[in-house]
Design a protein around this ligand. Structure first.
Ligand code: SAM
Length: 285
């Protein structure tokens, strides 16, 4: 049974980590005109209203997007983080932060006419909410599917565009999801060697992510870059002390750009937050 609802967490530090990376990655991919198939395997909703009960319950966004929003005048507007905040501002209709966009919104906002976007969401109510949300769409090919994301992605491979970009962002409600993510990545590499894939994972006390990272190190898959944003001592009460990303085939210099960006994010979050990054596996010989 699916019980996870992202509305309780929207705009927290992990969302900021994931969405700033996604924004910066898509901008890098736009340096070339060739079409991209964009896939969000665990989409959630398009937009979250921060005044809603679910967001207000733990107020996680207050330790994520809020400090960045409040310090936006001190962040260079032409930096990846400044540009990301600029896009976030287009959704607010004023100086007050009212809404936080989920990954479907970020994908759709950055989708070009030649790209196609597939959004998978399995939870019936979340899928309905996603269907109802306004996403940037004029003239764009988009589908919002009520289906299992990893299975759906498998059926799409190989894709008919020259490039493929995938976000895999499960809730990890079920322990086996760590294994399934690794398996899905190996399958993508077999079918689409040049795919760019972002995997998100939580850093929790049980440290299950370490097994996922070990298996990826030993997978023989080249070019896997890893980024972890950690909270300081007063980490959040739900036990998630950090947010992790693995990026397969990051475009040239994305690693450096994101590393600098997340150092700034950590500084702005305060409370001893930190960022570290490095290659899990290097280039193929
Ligand atoms: N990607 C979203 C974002 O960044 O805004 C957040 C996604 S949330 C962490 C995970 C979502 O996956 C939830 O909405 C959940 O209902 C959905 N989900 C769970 N199992 C799924 C599956 N097997 N296939 C597709 N979606 C699933």
């Amino acid at each position: 049974m699916l019980s996870y609802q992202h509305a309780y967490h929207a705009g927290n530090f992990a969302d900021v980590h994931k969405h700033v990376a996604l924004y910066t990655l898509l901008q890098s991919l736009h340096r070339k005109d060739s079409a991209i198939t964009l896939v969000d395997t665990h989409a959630g909703r398009g937009v979250y209203e921060l005044a809603d009960k679910a967001s207000q319950k733990n107020g996680e966004y207050r330790n994520g997007v809020v400090p960045l929003w409040e310090q936006r005048d001190a962040i260079a507007a032409d930096s990846p983080l400044g540009e990301w905040i600029g896009r976030l501002a287009t959704l607010q209709g004023g100086a007050t932060l009212r809404r936080y966009p989920g990954s479907p919104w970020w994908f759709a906002d950055l989708q070009r006419k030649q790209d196609q976007l597939s959004l998978f969401e399995l939870h019936p109510a979340e899928h309905q909410a996603l269907e109802a949300d306004a996403l940037s769409a004029p003239g764009k090919r988009q589908q919002r599917l009520h289906a299992d994301g990893l299975e759906g992605l498998r059926k799409m491979l190989p894709v008919d565009t020259p490039r493929l970009c995938v976000l895999i962002d499960p809730s990890y409600e079920v322990k086996t999801e760590y294994k399934e993510v690794g398996k899905a990545l190996r399958h993508i590499v077999r079918k689409a060697r040049h795919a760019v894939v972002v995997i998100w994972y939580p850093l929790l006390a049980a440290r299950r992510h370490e097994r996922l990272l070990d298996s990826l190190r030993q997978s023989g898959i080249p070019k896997l870059w890893n980024s972890e944003l950690r909270l300081g001592q007063d980490a959040d009460e739900h036990g998630m002390y950090g947010s992790g990303l693995v990026v397969l085939n990051p475009p040239w210099q994305l690693d450096q750009r994101l590393n600098e960006t997340f150092k700034t994010v950590a500084k702005r979050l305060g409370g001893g937050a930190s960022h570290r990054s490095g290659w899990l596996t290097g280039e193929a010989p």
